[in-house]
Design a protein around this ligand. Sequence first.
Ligand code: DX5
Ligand code: ZN
Length: 219
Amino acid sequence: MIAPSILSADFARLGDEAEAVSRADWLHVDVMDNHFVPNLTLGLPVVKSLLKATDLPLDCHLMIDDPDRWAPGYAEAGAANVTFHVEAAADAVQTARAIRAAGAMAGLSLKPGTPLEPYLEVLREFDTLLVMTVEPGFGGQSFMAEVLPKVRLARREVRAGHLRLFIEVDGGIDQDTISAAAEAGADVFVAGSAVYGADDPGKAVEALRVTAREAMTRS
Ligand code: DX5
Ligand code: ZN
């Protein structure tokens, strides 16, 4: 699945920007609070407006402190998937349960330096694992191939039947890097600048999908 990130879109025209990628699978919405990350974007009011403006499932990526308090509200509003950071959560399992009880999928995200092994049990309570392939906070950074062992480990756990998860990568995904992520076992690809920096964002989504599919059939 391809999930364009509106972080690289024109925030004054979000409805049109969502329409431009209407054949994507999810629309990725980066919520930043200027505390967990040194950047500030948008929050629940904008997500509520976006839900009215698009039929695309919203993939909310919360880069915020105290997700235990705030994440369930995004699920209640109607987001399809609500991902929060394990580094910020006080009780990841309880928060995942609250998100699911509100009708959304629950996602857990790891910064590049956060290992996966300690969370393999906890991930049984989740639908999505978001492996950050850049330091969270900004679009347009370079892909960090050194985090791909986490994607491979997660894919092995899914193949072995220990976990049932989407494995999502976020940061620096473009035509040059998506193959390595797909071969490692990712199945959801977030792309901000590679989609909204293109002349035709819709075509960019299709091109990324083709490249990822080719890599998956090779691996
Ligand atoms: C970064 C965000 C990403 C960002 C990716 O913290 O989580 O979703 O939009 O942007 P690109 O694809 O430009 O790296
Ligand atoms: Zn993101």
